[in-house]
Design a protein. Structure first.
Length: 115
């Protein structure tokens, strides 16, 4: 009898994960235009900073993604004041991106647990 209960709990968890994934993807579809604008801003500003600082393209994209995710390893740091201001904007866009994804995940989890 216990194995039947354990099996039904595993099936229930699989179903919950599937429902969560469906709600998460549907939430991302709704805010996808906003997310894509934020990604374009992050990468575009990173390329501009890279141009101003004399970095290679892949270094600029790396810097923008690391700064946008607010990790900031410190291996690339802008030296000019305008580049530093643009880096702050990249960080703000990254925080907005993270906040949107987190809000969508919380909403999907709430819908999953209510179902």
């Amino acid at each position: 009898m216990k194995t039947l209960e354990v099996y039904s709990l595993k099936v229930n968890k699989k179903l919950q994960r599937r429902i969560f994934a469906i709600h998460l993807l549907s939430g991302i579809k709704i805010v996808w235009p906003i997310l894509s604008v934020l990604v374009v801003l992050i990468v575009g500003l990173g390329l501009l900073i890279g141009f101003l600082e004399g970095w290679l393209m892949h270094e600029s994209i790396y810097f923008s993604l690391i700064t946008g995710l607010t990790v900031g390893y410190g291996d690339f740091a802008p030296h000019y004041p305008i580049s530093r201001c643009l880096s702050v904007i990249i960080g703000l866009c990254g925080m907005l991106f993270t906040a949107l994804i987190s809000a969508i995940a919380v909403k999907a989890l709430t819908k999953t647990l209510d179902a």
